[in-house]
Design a protein around this ligand. Structure first.
Ligand SMILES: NC(=O)c1ccc[n+]([C@@H]2O[C@H](COP(=O)([O-])OP(=O)(O)OC[C@H]3O[C@@H](n4cnc5c(N)ncnc54)[C@H](OP(=O)(O)O)[C@@H]3O)[C@@H](O)[C@H]2O)c1
Length: 322
């Protein structure tokens, strides 16, 4: 079976918002134009890895991407198309139902069928379980993965927002390797490695849900991907909230200064900070603004020093390392 291609760029394009909005409004011409421009900019920047989920813009993001693939039939086998399953948003499928997770056999298989249809493709390169489900039956996940793999509908499997213990449980049952764990990570959301510098500190202060994720994934060849890499723009031009903490304002100033010194965009500094981690964490960049996307891609060309990395990290924490 063909293996997923290696991206020519270290960044992944996050397609969450290309469908415009999480509502029932149909895709209109303006949204299609904007979404297609974002995909084209990603391709021009050398990105060939696209991240989706069944729920993004209630399916509209996959639909828009599928239309783009249909119009560009030579493209599919040059791309890595990843999608996710396992979340039901509130009021789905019926009014009054709570938001919830569902990693049952039926939901995984049905979700992939829906994604394939919307994306106009016969296969996903990678399927991620979007969030851990407390009610997960790992045997059912294994059956679903077997079915999807055997029928050629999914080539590789991964997870998102999963702890080492949750991945270990799945690995004990499934035959296919887990190749990805997609986690929130940016200079103001450093749960991933906070535990690494606070080993042997008082747990009450630093008890950390990210403990061991990086180390576990590195040991088991599970590629880490960073969602939310721009922290929604708060470090790169979007006005901080009125009540933003002094450490955030100082971090914004530091990023501005580093960008000026290096003659690059602020986005490039933030992306380069993520890429500086030796685990090879791949930022999943979700901007739909072509200029901002190009600004992010500058980050792939930039190597931050150890000093610069720690300056950003300690400023973001608001205190020095122990
Ligand atoms: N696995 C998961 O649980 C999970 C969760 C969330 C997201 N994801 C994936 O990760 C990707 C990225 O996530 P994200 O969208 O949260 O990340 P992000 O890259 O941190 O934020 C992008 C968002 O911030 C806005 N933004 C960025 N810079 C801005 C600025 N200077 N001023 C105003 N707005 C600015 C963008 O708007 P513009 O479009 O206008 O630039 C866009 O809405 C998603 O597309 C999705 O593929 C995964």
């Amino acid at each position: 079976m063909t293996q997923p291609k290696i991206s020519s760029n270290r960044l992944i394009y996050g397609c969450m918002m290309i469908g415009g909005s999480f509502d029932g409004a149909p895709l209109d011409m303006e949204q299609r134009k904007k979404g297609h421009a974002a995909i084209e900019t990603a391709l021009e920047c050398g990105l060939n890895y696209f991240d989706h989920a069944d729920i993004y813009c209630l399916g509209k993001s996959e639909t828009l991407f599928g239309e783009f693939l249909e119009q560009n039939p030579d493209l599919r086998d040059k791309l890595i198309v990843q999608s996710k399953c396992g979340i039901y948003l509130r009021n789905q499928p019926e009014e009054g139902f709570p938001g919830r997770f569902d990693l049952s056999f039926d939901h995984i298989v049905e979700s992939v069928e829906g994604s394939l249809k919307r994306l106009h493709t016969d296969y996903l390169d990678i399927l991620l379980l979007h969030r851990p489900d407390p009610l997960v039956e790992p045997e059912e996940v294994a059956q679903a993965f077997d079915r999807l793999h055997r029928t050629g509908k999914v080539r590789k499997f991964g997870v998102s927002n999963h702890s080492p213990a949750q991945i270990e449980l799945l690995r004990a049952f499934i035959d296919q390797p887990i190749v990805v764990n997609q986690i929130e990570y940016n200079p103001v959301h450093t749960v991933l490695h906070d535990a690494a510098i606070h080993a042997n500190m008082k747990r009450s202060h630093y008890g950390n849900p990210g403990e061991g994720i990086i180390e576990y994934c590195r040991l088991h060849d599970i590629r880490l991907q960073a969602w939310g890499p721009l922290a929604k723009g708060v470090l790169t031009g979007k006005s901080p909230a009125q009540d933003a903490e002094p450490r955030i304002r100082e971090l914004i100033r530091l990023i501005e200064r580093l960008a000026k010194d290096r003659n690059v965009s602020r986005e490039a500094i933030v992306i380069a900070w993520i890429l500086r981690h030796p685990a090879g964490i791949a930022p999943v960049v979700g901007t739909t603004n072509p200029g901002r996307l190009r600004a992010c891609c500058q980050g792939a060309e930039l190597e931050l020093s150890r000093i610069e990395w720690y300056q950003i990290y300690t400023t973001a924490m608001g205190h020095p390392v122990p």
